[in-house]
Ligand binder design. Structure first.
Ligand SMILES: NC(=O)c1ccc[n+]([C@@H]2O[C@H](COP(=O)([O-])OP(=O)(O)OC[C@H]3O[C@@H](n4cnc5c(N)ncnc54)[C@H](O)[C@@H]3O)[C@@H](O)[C@H]2O)c1
Length: 410
């Protein structure tokens, strides 16, 4: 195997901790530096990885060991951080959403095109094995064209400890920027990418958390396909129940924890809640690294059912159930030993093999455009027509082929 990619991280928060099991286990990447304004996070990083941690992103970018930068800072900083990293000529893995305005998304798309640095936008749950598997099968044409799709997710998102701006839509808060970024990415990948119009409603039902906690969107394509995307983060019903009690991260869920998110932050003011989030983050006093034991399950983002001309397909945490004319059959999706290895696949393919990423900046701008259209349609009560939609830049590889390639590579 070629040399591991030297990865620098900007933003040592929750997103970083969720990617850490991947970075620790995947031999294709090596953590070589970090940048974060929090000194305790920097100290922990330097101790854990025997590597420098800087206050300023510019210093991180000046480190010659850094080949690619994982931008995991809060969304409102993504556009500025991309500018700094692109100027240094480094590749980027940018957390979703790409940015919180279309103007910023376009600036990122243009920078990527001008500098030709590889840009991958993720993690998002459209990297999940069963989503890629379904997309590859649909691409093969065996089930005919996709006609309809239903995606649904009920979580406790709004009641997890938050920074104040995460509850302010103008600063990128709420479930549309944070969670539709996953769900719409999945829907677009399975529908072929090209959404024509969006009609949506959003719900802001808790005045103490004054941002969108729920949405329902109807998406249509030029060729007549349609999809509904529904999300609630209000910590009541939990749709993991419909996924065999497997959590978003692919673990068996503890059903006795009902109500825990809401009660944890009950009667807390905004400052104490932000402190609680920081305390549980990397470098914080309550942070404990959880070595993730291998699980038989894929990560997921709630139930998804696709209706194609000749079959319905249901995504599960283990694979796909295919309901065709003559039979109902389960097809297992090969599970990689490293969680979220699919994200490193795209980074590796772009940085080492020079391939175009599927989750490129244009792709992510198109997903963000749908998210922003959900907010606009909810306000105006009208359909919103889209202009930045793109199809996947290359066919989605079948996970079986990837397994074979992995075996061959090592
Ligand atoms: N893909 C996923 O599963 C996932 C999960 C969580 C968050 N995210 C995304 O990751 C990003 C960060 O969210 P989070 O929940 O980790 O936030 P967070 O508050 O947990 O962490 C943010 C980190 O960035 C640091 N930071 C703040 N301002 C900064 C700046 N100007 N420059 C550099 N670092 C700065 C903070 O000190 C903190 O360590 C968001 O865009 C979010 O949507 C993705």
């Amino acid at each position: 195997m070629e040399k591991a990619i030297g990865l620098g991280v900007v933003g040592l928060g929750r997103a970083f901790t969720l990617m850490l099991p991947t970075f620790l286990q995947d031999e294709r990447v090596r953590l070589v530096a970090a940048a974060d304004p929090r000194s305790n996070a920097r100290e922990m990083f330097s101790r854990d990885f025997n590597a420098p941690a800087y206050e300023a992103l510019e210093d991180l970018c000046g480190n010659p060991d850094v080949e690619a930068v994982y931008i995991a800072s809060p969304h409102q900083f993504h556009a500025e951080h991309v500018r700094v990293v692109a100027a240094a000529g480094k590749a980027m893995l940018i957390e979703k959403p790409l940015a919180i305005s279309l103007a910023d998304c376009t600036r990122i798309v243009e920078l990527a095109a001008q500098t030709k640095v590889p840009v991958i936008v993720g993690h998002s749950h459209s990297f999940d094995g069963p989503v890629l598997h379904a997309a590859a099968m649909l691409n093969s044409g065996i089930f005919g064209a996709v006609r309809m799709l239903n995606a649904l997710n009920y979580t406790d998102f709004l009641y997890r400890p938050r920074r104040p701006e995460e509850l302010d839509t103008r600063q990128g808060g709420g479930v549309v920027f944070s969670q539709a970024a996953h769900q719409i990415d999945i829907v677009r990948l399975l529908l072929g990418g090209l959404i024509d119009k969006v009609r949506a409603c959003t719900g802001s039902w808790d005045s103490s958390r004054p941002t969108e906690g729920a949405y329902m969107a109807l998406l249509t394509t030029h060729d007549g396909a349609f999809a509904s995307a529904t999300y609630s983060g209000y910590a009541h019903f939990d749709s993991d129940e419909l996924m065999g009690d497997v959590s978003e991260m692919g673990y068996r869920k503890d059903s006795t924890a009902y109500g825990a998110a809401r009660s944890r932050i009950l009667h807390m003011d905004a400052a104490r809640e932000a402190q609680l989030k920081i305390a549980g983050n990397y470098g914080g006093k309550d942070y404990r690294f959880k070595a993730s034991p291998a699980t038989p399950y894929h990560q997921h983002f709630g139930p998804v059912i696709i209706s194609a001309e000749r079959a319905d397909i249901k995504l599960t945490p283990e694979g796909l159930v295919i309901y065709s004319d003559a039979e109902r059959k389960f097809v297992s999706t090969p599970k990689r030993p490293v969680p979220r290895a699919e994200v490193v696949d795209e980074l590796w393919d772009a940085v080492r093999l020079g391939l175009d990423p599927l989750h490129c900046a244009r792709w992510a701008r198109a997903t963000t455009e749908v998210c922003i259209a959900i907010l606009e349609s909810a306000q105006t009560g009208k359909d919103v027509a889209l202009q930045f939609q793109v199809a996947p830049s290359r066919p989605v590889p079948n996970p079986d082929e990837r397994e074979l390639r992995d075996e061959y590579d090592h």
